[in-house]
Design a protein. Structure first.
Length: 557
């Protein structure tokens, strides 16, 4: 169990205590305790009892609970509270803006105990008439319900890849011809189905094993459909004749629009179905096109892209030279500045950019001006020791409500670069959000626009922005657009990367790493960047150290 998982369980326990009017003081304490646990630098599972008791807010009364959670993934207290709570009421905690007190009111006074009844009550205007809610809250609940419904049964890219790999490992020994197809090879940011292709006859279908559970109603003679125990995401295993394996593999690894591409009156789909080749490369070559990688097969001018480019020009993990959006213990990171820098160097990168949170982000121990100076002095010492590797002095400056950056100019001038991001007051309409970003982009100290919509995949839609205005402003002010590579964000949406390239706006694939392992999130950023046809030449952190230093000096006020 990680600290984050333990914190989630304790936080849920506190919410359910509030819901059931049980020990209000303890419920409030659980909220603060869960926050503290999530920020711990060392995993509780690795601590002795004595070490756990030394942590802030963790007394003897909680020690047994923490040990139970570490050992079993839950606690008797939580299980007892869950048993007293209808499943639909638990689902209501997913609705943005609904805390335990409001859910209790809806459940106990309005008799609403599931998301469907909540939606009906909103659509009838009943929620707006309920004391403590109102029309605005009702609208926000409806918006959140629509988002939850849209994301139901999906996984983020990292979760889907991990589960798909586990299933593949189970199936691989049983079939000579097996391929992961669909969303995983296409590198979709969210996945609603795990798909596999098997080259085998029908009798092989009977060999599917645990922990896969078949849904007999959905399965058909040549397609097994079901689930993995403990997961809601559908699993599909299709069986095809061995000689058609390569053909079917290609057809299942792209969007329909990709295969609808027409040359001389013939669609690519028709050409594939009319021929049998042993490889995907052979189908593209026969159709008169260069090979198109699976992640690009979306029906968005990729056939035109390969006429002008080679696949070697696409950004790749190997093409990255540095990492620019990272955090350390100076703010809310898990590792020291030196540990992060050394880990970055050990990945074979040339530079590490520190961008800890700025002073307004008190929740993340944002750096005061004095601590900025302290950090920069440490960087100077480390740089003298780590040559030719270099630590670049950056900051993730909050974009304040009025669009200004979170330091006076004399402090901003001390940084090599500034990542400007919105973290607070996210409830904005399109006009407010866009104008706020535009002002930040126009600030001469802004180097990179961080996670421009603030979205959290499958959790928060993000605020609306006028993408064209924002990207145009980045072009006019020589501001780099971030691809926040965290699988929780992947923001900017890759579908807007082609417009960035059209306007000459460079992209920086940033992991937003809060611990050493976070550097590897750049793999996800590379994946979505390749979907959009991002080349090494337009990737900011694909520049070698000498070039990026020269660029930063040129654009700095």
């Amino acid at each position: 169990m990680t600290n984050s998982e333990i914190a989630d369980i304790i936080e849920l326990t506190g919410k359910l205590l509030t819901l059931h009017d049980m020990d209000t003081n303890r419920a409030k304490a659980f909220g603060a305790i869960s926050f503290n646990i999530d920020k711990l630098e060392t995993e509780l599972a690795e601590m002795s009892d004595e070490e756990i008791l030394k942590q802030r807010g963790l007394g003897k009364s909680l020690l047994a609970t923490i040990r139970q959670i570490i050992d079993s993934g839950t606690s008797p207290e939580l299980e007892d509270l869950i048993a007293q709570t209808p499943e639909g009421v638990l689902d209501m905690f997913k609705v943005k803006g609904l805390g335990a007190s409001k859910i209790k009111l809806l459940w106990q006074e309005q008799g609403i105990d599931n998301l469907n009844d909540l939606q009906i009550a909103c659509e009838s205007g009943k929620i707006a008439e309920t004391k403590g809610f109102g029309e605005k809250t009702q609208v926000k609940i409806l918006e959140s319900l629509a988002f939850i419904k849209q994301q139901s049964g999906k996984l983020k890219m990292n979760q889907a890849e991990e589960l798909s790999a586990a299933i593949e490992e189970l199936l691989r020994p049983k079939f000579d011809q097996l391929a992961v197809v669909g969303a995983i090879p296409r590198k979709l940011e969210t996945v609603d189905k795990l798909s596999f292709l098997v080259g085998a006859d029908f009798t092989a279908k009977m060999e599917i094993i645990e922990p896969l559970e078949e849904d007999m109603k959905l399965s058909s003679p040549y397609t097994w459909r079901g689930f993995v125990k403990g997961h809601k995401i559908p699993v599909e295993i299709s069986f095809v004749d061995k000689e058609k394996f390569s053909q079917e593999k290609l057809l299942r690894n792209g969007a329909r629009e990709h295969f609808n591409y027409v040359v001389d009156g013939q669609s690519f789909h028709h050409y594939i179905k009319s021929n049998i080749f042993e490889s995907s490369e052979a189908y593209y070559e026969g159709f008169g096109s260069k090979f198109i990688v699976p992640e690009m097969r979306e029906g968005l001018q990729e056939f035109d892209w390969v006429k002008e480019h080679t696949n070697d020009e696409l950004i790749s993990w190997e093409g990255l030279k540095g990492s620019l959006h990272n955090h350390s213990k100076y703010s809310d990171g898990k590792n020291t500045l030196q540990e992060m820098a050394e880990a970055c160097r050990d990945l074979g990168l040339e530079y590490f950019g520190i961008a800890d949170h700025s002073q307004t982000a008190a929740y993340a121990s944002g750096l005061t001006a004095g601590r900025v100076i302290q950090q920069q002095e440490e960087i100077d010492v480390l740089n003298s020791q780590m040559k030719p590797f270099k630590i670049l002095k950056g900051i993730e400056s909050d974009i304040l409500s009025d669009g200004s950056l979170d330091y006076e100019n004399d402090i901003l001038a001390t940084f090599d670069y500034v990542v400007a991001s919105v973290h607070a007051n996210l409830d904005m309409d399109l006009e407010k959000a866009t104008s706020r970003l535009l002002k930040a982009i126009e600030n001469p100290y802004t180097t990179i626009l961080g996670h421009p919509t603030g979205r959290l995949l499958l959790s928060r839609a993000g605020y609306p922005i006028d993408y064209k205005k924002v990207i145009d402003a980045c072009a006019a002010n020589q501001v780099v657009m971030e691809i926040n590579a965290s699988p929780y964000r992947l923001d900017i949406d890759w579908r807007w990367i082609p417009y960035c390239l059209e306007k000459g706006v460079m992209l920086s694939i940033n992991p937003d790493a809060h611990k050493i392992e976070g550097f590897l999130d750049m793999h996800y950023g590379v994946a979505v960047a390749r979907k959009a046809g991002l080349t090494k030449s337009m990737t900011f952190n694909a520049m070698p150290l000498s070039e990026i230093e020269a660029y930063l000096k040129k654009v700095k006020p």
